[in-house]
Design a protein around this ligand. Structure first.
Ligand code: SAH
Length: 280
C-alpha cells in the first residue's frame, strides 16, 4: 500500500505522484493546447480532483478519464454522474485495455473496409515516474491517438524535445521524435501545484506522426537499433554497435552512410541513424 500523508481534510498519496494543479492560468493553457476538441473523444490520464476534467467535459463529445486512486475516481464519478459524455474509469493507465476502449465494435464496419477513426486527443498532468513507460505505451497504440498534451518533469521535457547534437539528446529524444512531432509549450514552478513537487514542470505537446515510412526503416528493428546505439552513453556509437556487428561490416556501413567512426549516437540525426541502419 502506498504511504499516505494527510494534508488538511484530504488524503494525498505521494506514491501515486499526486500533485494537483492549482494554477488557473496553466489549466487554461493546457486546454488551449489541445486545439478545438469539440466533437472529439478525449482521454484524460490521472484526472485527480478534476481540475482539467471539468473544462474538458464541457466541450468533448466523449471524455474518458482514467484514475488509479479509488477514492478520487469515486468522487469524480459522483461529480460527473449527470454528464452522459463523461466516463470515469478506475484503472492503471499502464494496464488499461485501449483496444477495448477505442477499437470499433465488431459488426460496426463491413469486412475489408478500411475505417478511419477520429483520433483520440490525450491530455494529462501525469505522475512523473510513469512518463517514459506511458509514452512508449501510447506510441504502441498510436493508431488511436492524435495529439498528446502532457505535463512532465521539465528535465524530461528538455530531453524529449532536444535536437540531435545537444547534450540532452538521447534515446528518449530519438524515440519520441520518431513517433511524434514534439514541442515544449511552457514551464511551471513547483508552486503551481498542491502539494508542490520537488522539480520544475513543463507541458509538452506530441503530435503523432511516425517517420518509419519516410525514413524507410522497419519499426521494431530500427527502435532496437537506436537502443543499441545509445546503450552506453560514454561509449562511441561504433563501440556500442560492435556487440552486434563485425568491424568490417561496421566500416563499410559507416563509410556508406558518411558517419565518422568516432561519432557518438547523440550526434546523429534520425536521418543519419536511418542511413546507417540501412547500410548495415
Ligand atoms: N490532473 C490532476 C491530478 C494530477 S496528479 C491535476 O492536475 O490536478 C496525478 C494523478 O494521476 C493523481 O490523481 C494520481 O492518483 C493519478 N495516477 C497515478 N498513477 C496512475 C496510473 N498508473 N494510472 C492512472 N492514474 C494514475
Amino acid at each position: 500500500m502506498p504511504k499516505v500523508v494527510t494534508a488538511g481534510k484530504r488524503t494525498i498519496k505521494p506514491k501515486l505522484g499526486q500533485h494537483f494543479l492549482s494554477d488557473a492560468g496553466a489549466v487554461a493553457q493546457i486546454i488551449n493546447a489541445l486545439g478545438d476538441f469539440s466533437g472529439k473523444t478525449v482521454l484524460e490520464i490521472g484526472p485527480g480532483k478534476g481540475v482539467l476534467t471539468a473544462p474538458l467535459a464541457r466541450k468533448a463529445r466523449r471524455l474518458i478519464a482514467i484514475e488509479l486512486d479509488r477514492v478520487l475516481s469515486a468522487q469524480l464519478r459522483m461529480r460527473f454522474a449527470l454528464l452522459s459524455n463523461v466516463e470515469i474509469i478506475e484503472a492503471d493507465v499502464l494496464a488499461v485495455d485501449f483496444d477495448g476502449l477505442f477499437a470499433p465494435k465488431p459488426g460496426s464496419t463491413r469486412p475489408g473496409m478500411e475505417i478511419v477513426h477520429d483520433p483520440v486527443e490525450v491530455v494529462g498532468n501525469i505522475p512523473y515516474y510513469i512518463t517514459s513507460e506511458l509514452l512508449l505505451r501510447l506510441f504502441a497504440y498510436r493508431k488511436y491517438f492524435g495529439t498528446l498534451v502532457l505535463m512532465v518533469q521539465e528535465e524530461v521535457a528538455d530531453r524529449i524535445t532536444a535536437k540531435a547534437g545537444k547534450s540532452e539528446y538521447g534515446i528518449f529524444s530519438a524515440t519520441a521524435q520518431l513517433y511524434a512531432q514534439v514541442e515544449k509549450l511552457f514551464s511551471l514552478p513547483p508552486s503551481a501545484f498542491t502539494p508542490p513537487p520537488k522539480v520544475d514542470s513543463a507541458v509538452i505537446r506530441l503530435t503523432i506522426a511516425p517517420r518509419f515510412e519516410e525514413l524507410n526503416v522497419p519499426e521494431k528493428e530500427f527502435v532496437d537499433f537506436l537502443r543499441l546505439s545509445f546503450a552506453q552513453k560514454r561509449k562511441t556509437l561504433w563501440n556500442n554497435l560492435k556487440d552486434k556487428y563485425s568491424s568490417d561490416h561496421l566500416r563499410s556501413a559507416f563509410d556508406a552512410a558518411k558517419v565518422k567512426s568516432t561519432a557518438r549516437a547523440e550526434e546523429l540525426s534520425l536521418e543519419k541513424s536511418a542511413a546507417l541502419f540501412r547500410a548495415l
